[in-house]
Design a protein around this ligand. Sequence first.
Ligand SMILES: Nc1nc2c(ncn2[C@@H]2O[C@H](COP(=O)(O)OP(=O)(O)OP(=O)(O)O)[C@@H](O)[C@H]2O)c(=O)[nH]1
Ligand SMILES: [Mg+2]
Ligand SMILES: [Zn+2]
Length: 288
Amino acid sequence: MYRLIADGEIYDASLRGRMKKSSVGRVLVGDRVMVMFHDGAAATIEEIQPRSSVLRRRQPGKTRGVREVAANIDQVMVVGAAADPEWNQQLINRFIVVAEASDIPVTVVLNKVDLHADPDKLVDVFRKVGYAVLLTSVENRIGIDELKESLVGKVSLISGPTGVGKSSLLNAIQPGLKLRTAPVSERSRMGKHTTVAAEMHVLAGGGFVVDTPGLRDIGVWGVEREGVVRAFPEVARASVGCRFDNCRHMEEPDCAVVMACENGEIDDERLQSYRTLLGEAEAASRHW
Ligand SMILES: Nc1nc2c(ncn2[C@@H]2O[C@H](COP(=O)(O)OP(=O)(O)OP(=O)(O)O)[C@@H](O)[C@H]2O)c(=O)[nH]1
Ligand SMILES: [Mg+2]
Ligand SMILES: [Zn+2]
């Protein structure tokens, strides 16, 4: 069963029989479809329209393969928390790589700024390299109007670790959504996977938003090398000065990226992330 939005109304729809074995694969959240409304019965999906984008990520667990998450997404809001769960730059970089690998623009959202004395310090590096950054607090109602504004008229997807407040942010923007939220675990301060499926919602101010289940970790296997490079524009910019065209900025001589890091132009943690994520992406393509 699918939920279908047409002119702001929600309908149940099922797949037309012949579509079940069609080559397009499954219908994704965000797909635009042709439907047939039948007398008294639910609608059937007859055809999927061409997609402007497909957000893909690696199959969770040990399985190989790529999972298609959503279609026609204009922007991904990667949400992290300043605390509870603890801020983890590398994890945020992973979510950014997944969006960039699908060629979808990213905004970084730092939520729960009420729980941190100097939240800017956590995300300044993302601003510096060129990402749009929003600081928010559902608790103190900070940045909620800015977030709302940035979703108007677009199809946005909210991603990020579990428990960072993705669903809470959407409820703050539009209380009528009444999305389920839950406190982080007392013991681990981690989220509890409260949202269980990606679901699209209509925004009252125009536009659509997809809330997704948070992950505790996300692999970048199955991501092309270019996806990683795109998520680290500062590394890409500096790399034009490297001695070797194919420099991986690991241990090569005369590496301009390492030099930029040594004199503080490139953030240490970002470079470490870059190396880890590039290694992961490359290892995967060898294994596949
Ligand atoms: N202090 C504080 N707590 C917040 C804030 N935003 C959300 N929370 C709390 O964080 C907890 C987790 O929020 P959720 O909205 O369920 O998190 P989520 O990212 O949707 O989690 P998943 O659905 O598991 O991915 C809830 O107890 C919220 O009340 C905030 O800005 N400040
Ligand atoms: Mg949620
Ligand atoms: Zn280099």
